[in-house]
Design a protein around this ligand. Structure first.
Ligand code: PAF
Length: 284
């Protein structure tokens, strides 16, 4: 059964009546296979699933794509239905305006200080504060047993995890692997902005991350670090290309066990991000 709820009050009433384990899949809509992998995992693991669809203005900077961000509600519902089995119960919370998620006098910002001036945060100041603020609000409304996020937004996941830990929130978190198209490009709602040639160019992003991964897997950490610097300096389309400790997004240290290779790459006016996680084998 699928239920669609559009108002804050109706959602609160619904939540009061729910029992059993609740999986939460927060989204901004325009669902693709990546989102659906989160949904399927939640359906498998929980009595009911809440999927939220809300394009959160607080996480868009001035001049970003808030107005043109794809809103495809009807198709999203069809995709959700296509993942469901007869006994599944999905509640879609789709606030029709900002008040239906924030209320009328919302005046709080949730800001995680750490990990908030590297990678995407360096180029989108305030973005993650918008994310943590809305995710905190969604957690409070949904009180989920477990919440599902995609690895593609790795920094987002780590920042939300820090917020969860610091604020003693009850929800468990689960990160699902990146879903890629047949050419290795990580699925993203923003891929629809790319034309044919730009899609080809975009492949540089996953291919480069893979190349650096293979250097790291051979135990050549120093080589991988200099390769990343070399590649980035040759092509202005790279906004960043970095190898950091996956635990805290800080530079590698003697205690680093796993790294994240993270890149942001601009094709036309579309900004794409991707990452790979690699366990270090300390062969050097
Ligand atoms: O990853 C996203 O789609 C958004 O940042 C999220 C987590 C739904 C918050 O608006």
């Amino acid at each position: 059964m699928i239920e669609i709820i559009n108002t804050l009050q109706d959602f609160k009433n619904k939540r009061e009546r729910l029992s059993g384990s609740i999986g939460l899949v927060p989204t901004m809509g325009n669902l693709h296979e990546g989102h659906l992998s989160l949904l399927k995992e939640s359906l498998k693991e929980n009595d009911q699933t809440i999927l939220t669809i809300f394009v959160n203005p607080k996480q868009f900077l001035q001049g970003e794509d808030l107005d043109k961000y794809p809103r495809t509600f009807e198709q999203d519902i069809e995709k959700i239905k296509s993942c469901m089995h007869e006994d599944d119960h999905v509640i879609v919370f789709h606030p029709t305006n900002d008040h239906e998620i924030y209320g009328t006098s919302f005046n709080t910002t949730i800001k995680v200080e750490s990990m908030n001036n590297v990678l995407c945060a360096k180029f989108r100041p305030g973005h993650f504060d918008g994310v943590t603020t809305v995710v905190y609000r969604i957690f409070s409304l949904c009180r989920p047993t477990i919440s599902y996020f995609g690895q593609k937004d790795y920094q987002q996941y780590q920042i939300i995890k820090k917020m969860r830990d610091d604020l003693l929130l009850e929800t468990k978190l689960k990160m699902m692997p990146i879903t890629r198209d047949e050419n290795g490009l990580a699925l993203s709602s923003r891929n629809r902005y790319l034309d044919h040639d730009q899609r080809e160019e975009a492949q540089i992003l996953p291919q480069t991350l893979k190349e650096i991964e293979s250097i790291l897997k051979r135990g050549k950490v120093e080589d991988a670090l200099s390769k990343a610097i070399e590649i980035k300096s040759k092509y202005s389309a790279w906004q960043y290309l970095e190898i950091l400790d996956s635990k805290n997004l800080e530079p590698l240290s003697d205690t680093t066990k796993e790294v994240v290779i993270a890149g942001a790459f601009i094709v036309g006016s579309t900004r794409l991000i991707d990452n790979r996680l690699v366990l270090l084998n300390h062969a050097e």
